[in-house]
Design a protein around this ligand. Sequence first.
Ligand SMILES: Cc1cc2nc3c(=O)[nH]c(=O)nc-3n(C[C@H](O)[C@H](O)[C@H](O)COP(=O)(O)OP(=O)(O)OC[C@H]3O[C@@H](n4cnc5c(N)ncnc54)[C@H](O)[C@@H]3O)c2cc1C
Length: 343
Amino acid sequence: MSNTDKIHDVIIIGGGPASLMAAFYCGTGGMKPMILEALDFLGGQPAALYPEKPVYDVPGIIECTGQELANKLIEQVMQIEPLVEYNQSVDEMKHVDGVWHLCCKSKKTFKSKTVIVATGKGAFSPIKLGAPGEDEYLGKGLSYTVKSLADFKGQDVLLVGGGDSAMDWTCTLKDLAKRVTLIHRRDGFKAHIGAVNLVKALGQAGEIDFLIPYEIRKIEGAGKVEKVTVFNNQTNEEKSFPVQSIIICAGFKPTVDALKKWGLELNEKGLIKTHEICKTNLPGIFAIGDATEYVGKRHLIVMEFGEAASSAGAVSTYVYGKGKGGAEWWAGPKKKDKEAVTA
Ligand SMILES: Cc1cc2nc3c(=O)[nH]c(=O)nc-3n(C[C@H](O)[C@H](O)[C@H](O)COP(=O)(O)OP(=O)(O)OC[C@H]3O[C@@H](n4cnc5c(N)ncnc54)[C@H](O)[C@@H]3O)c2cc1C
């Protein structure tokens, strides 16, 4: 049965830290959670907004970057094998005969007995440049994220941006791709100074082409990216060269419009009012993480982990009734596998 045909026990909207831990706790309680994420990757704000920023306040981890934290959470949740649907931005929610229908912008509808809303600051989408041909060539050589490094092997790659992602991908791809060109529209960078200096040094050594202040003028190709024309936004001088891949690293922006349509009780800041055990005003809908507020709430990951555990317990009680499900004890998949082997 497909993910859209099935009535799930629990669907979690959003794939940030709160969602990942909620899914983990749902899994440890014997459920098969489904995560719907607007982007094509998990991790929420740490992965999308501050992948390189150090994080010092997650229990048990003295220091890590946002991306490292996201990677650890993803690794942890994958142990319980959740169902994950990417590029699914939930737009509408309808309650039909006791089942929640979650209608996504992709036109897909998913059904569930319970929903955990973990939408954080809102559905992230990539910031577009508004460059000519950007929409036309999206998915045909033009992308906003790197899904698989192998896709760029032996290619002429154009990277666009002045943030950490642009710098990191430049360094990562330079040895794999045939040639990497990085363009940035101004001589100022959001990226860490160390990363900028490294990329500048690569440019000076001739290992990459680094063009400032350049923007895209034209993308050409028969059904896929084949050639790009860039221009100096001060002198208007143009350069054209062959490329098979364009990666735009301009960041991500959140939109919270959908949340307002779902009938959830919101406070004056537009955050979901939650009651004990993450309950909202709607039956079977629980809310956690940055999307919520209550007295004493702090918008910190450590707090969201606690809410994640509470919501999983609440969902279990809602679906199975008191005393069933729940995450009282869990051996962990590795230990379970070991036991199965030695049994
Ligand atoms: C710059 C910065 C630095 C920070 N540093 C720290 C720190 O050091 N320590 C700390 O504890 N906290 C920090 N925070 C706060 C922390 O990142 C957030 O509290 C946390 O990410 C919230 O997690 P979340 O899962 O609730 O939401 P998010 O991380 O916002 O994730 C929500 C996810 O839901 C998706 N989504 C939203 N709407 C929909 C929809 N309709 N359909 C499908 N998907 C949807 C989004 O695309 C996103 O991936 C920082 C925040 C920022 C901005």
